[in-house]
Design a protein around this ligand. Sequence first.
Ligand SMILES: Nc1nc2c(c(=O)[nH]1)N[C@H]1C(S)=C(S)[C@@H](COP(=O)(O)OP(=O)(O)OC[C@H]3O[C@@H](n4cnc5c(=O)[nH]c(N)nc54)[C@H](O)[C@@H]3O)O[C@H]1N2
Ligand SMILES: Nc1nc2c(c(=O)[nH]1)N[C@H]1C(S)=C(S)[C@@H](COP(=O)(O)OP(=O)(O)OC[C@H]3O[C@@H](n4cnc5c(=O)[nH]c(N)nc54)[C@H](O)[C@@H]3O)O[C@H]1N2
Ligand SMILES: [Mo]
Length: 760
Amino acid sequence: MGEEINPLTPLEDQPPNLSSPKNSAAGIPAVISTMKYGFKNMGVINSITKLSKVNDFHGFDCPGCAWPDPDSHRSFAEFCENGAKAVSDEATKNRADRNFWSKWSVSELSEKSDHWLNSQGRLTEPMILNPDSNYYEPISWNDAFDIIADNLVSLDNPDEAIFYTSGRTSNEAAFLWQLLARRYGTNNLPDCSNMCHESSGVALNESIGIGKGTVTLEDFNSAELIIVVGQNPGTNHPRMLTALRDAKKKGASIISINPLTETGMKKFKHPQNPIEMLGFGSTIADKHLKVKINSDQALFRAFSKSVIESDNIDKNFIDKYTNGYDDYRKVVIKSDFNDISDITGVSLQEILDVGKKVSKSKSTIVCWAMGITQHKNSVSTIQEIVNFLLLGGNIGKKGAGVCPVRGHSNVQGDRTVGINHQPSSIFIDSLEKSTGIRSPEKHGFDSVEAVKAMENGHGKVFLAMGGNFLSAMSDTNRTSSALKNCNLTVHISTKPNRSHLVTGKIGLILPCLGRTEEDISKIAGKQFVSVENSMGIVHSSTGTFKPASDKLISEPAIVSGIAGALESRLERSGLPWKNLSDNYNLIRELIENTIPGFEDYNVRIKSKSGFYLPNPPRDSRTFKTKNGLANFITSDITYARSLDKFMMMTIRSHDQYNTTIYGLDDRYRGIKNGRRVVLMNNNDIINLGLSKGSMVDLCSEMNSGEVVSPKWFVVPYEIPEGNVATYFPESNILIPLDSVADRSNTPTSKSVPISITKSN
Ligand SMILES: Nc1nc2c(c(=O)[nH]1)N[C@H]1C(S)=C(S)[C@@H](COP(=O)(O)OP(=O)(O)OC[C@H]3O[C@@H](n4cnc5c(=O)[nH]c(N)nc54)[C@H](O)[C@@H]3O)O[C@H]1N2
Ligand SMILES: Nc1nc2c(c(=O)[nH]1)N[C@H]1C(S)=C(S)[C@@H](COP(=O)(O)OP(=O)(O)OC[C@H]3O[C@@H](n4cnc5c(=O)[nH]c(N)nc54)[C@H](O)[C@@H]3O)O[C@H]1N2
Ligand SMILES: [Mo]
């Protein structure tokens, strides 16, 4: 291609504007921000009519996050700033059409910010980047499908193809996608959950026999205690604040555990409650424990010690349903509160006080997200959380349980319907029975393994159902060279992103309908899809907006287009792919015949609030583990610490959705008009001879040597000494590819040892 492509977000030359972090979340500023963003993207009238459709029973599922709606009602009141931004982002009037792609070369685009790229608007037709060209050009759908099929059939081995999935994809599209991969002959199905809640899945499967949460929204109303750890719901799951506020009104206590005092955990003003909006708002957390990064396993061990020492264990539950208690108890009793105070940075007195409180609760829910799952010891930490809950019999009991709060709105559903690089033999057999397609047994690549395979030439075709793999993955330099090493990279997308710029020899962008848009089939008429939220409820989602372009087709139609082209080359009779994408009822029938829990799928999906998938621990205290019991799994206490380095966590600002940057503000944290910031404790700033706004370089030790990421602005912030925070994806270049969680292989995005020096 000749010209250089920048795989990184360009530098910023102005320091951000700083003010104090806010004391309450949502309220009037949230409404103003929502409207500003909506009006800018969609116009005034459009914003009001379109936003009223979010999570309406007859409308589409909110693409914002996976938090559930109340069973009894879904209404405008369940709408939030996060969802509104996600909807207006998709419903934007702007178009990244063929004129856009002919105006800008790929190298020029790579010098633009992520925010700029996204704000160019919706993709409108398939585009191709040919070898040695620096400009994308239009291509017909059929030609695009042919290129993909030709590339796939030319591979020596099906395992040279990689089928990535991001979690916005519907059950129907995801099921077809994994079917295509397996029909072609590979389990290479990495997905965004490898970077997200994989640690939760691995830990919970071993501990309680299901890789999902065990609570319903109703449980929040009868909980005595809710612990929110490693999560920032004010920004990332705003509707959860309503559940927390209501739980509090019914008498629950809430404890927040986080290195940062996140605004959403302080106070909340419900955007649909005029009195709250004008008043002081509702207090959310009764107690905040400001832990050091990655000390949660130690903290939960202290909680367990308090429960055991105060003899507040549920002996009947432990005897009847669990295994491993005696060994766990021995280890816990030996642990020392003083050591744990040192590790966590929480005072001995606070640990003892909170320990007393958690011991007394008869029904406890623990909620967590990325602050827990993205560390080396994440699986052990989550198992320690489960150990703590098992002591009080808090699984399969009203008002109690584990609540890993999922990210992408259908990331849980995608897994349920078969996006899994490690399919079980039960699934493989069942899939063969229902579809005639026999999946290979050999496990496929997860996200980290996929990068390594592309790097060493074992992965040659990379296809992505959504997402932005380049920017979402750790080690941007290595991920970038890996993608460039491919023969072909294909992105099924709605908006431009950096992954479109760092391509294999050939790059294809296949634009699809978004979830908000009408999906009309000549055969079945108006189609709907279905999704599963964080609490295992499957419900329908019907797009209502006019599509951004008449050349867009749905995700299932794209999969069936690729599959059709492939079948004709494989000269084997395969599935009636076109019939499936013409009528999603047929896909749902296949899902029903393959995966337990989807009985009468096409009937039950018509129910307004959808249906619950079976959840044995929750439904009947049945644990489908190897020994049929819930397991206390005892691990040594570990924590990421490095004496001469800072421990960096990479977090989300308020104005981003993963790698999609809506704007440059992080309103609750008081940071405006800038993202290239490093949040530091004031004492650390002074010790390094720096001050507010100083420009620093961040340096990380990688396998290949040091990587320096230049020119970050210092922001003094209330964060434990030795800990710092930056935003992802800008800081992903500093996370070594090999730095992963034990057993789940999730990049350790929340504990990255770095050094900080003043920029020249
Ligand atoms: N608006 C918006 N909504 C989103 C997303 C988005 O980007 N924008 N992303 C979606 C997705 S895919 C996901 S997975 C979720 C992510 O939701 P979150 O997990 O809430 O997102 P993060 O910003 O990564 O926040 C992690 C939180 O953990 C804390 N933390 C970091 N390290 C530690 C630690 O070692 N211990 C403890 N106790 N806390 C720690 C951080 O201070 C921060 O508050 O949100 C989903 N919803
Ligand atoms: N350092 C660091 N890295 C992280 C994280 C972190 O906390 N720190 N978090 C990780 C987590 S939790 C996750 S989930 C991953 C996210 O990784 P991904 O899911 O790969 O990334 P997203 O940014 O959510 O993907 C955004 C793109 O998806 C496309 N898109 C949007 N809607 C649709 C749709 O309906 N259909 C299709 N086909 N495409 C669509 C758009 O083109 C958009 O540009 O990132 C991970 N990376
Ligand atoms: Mo996520």
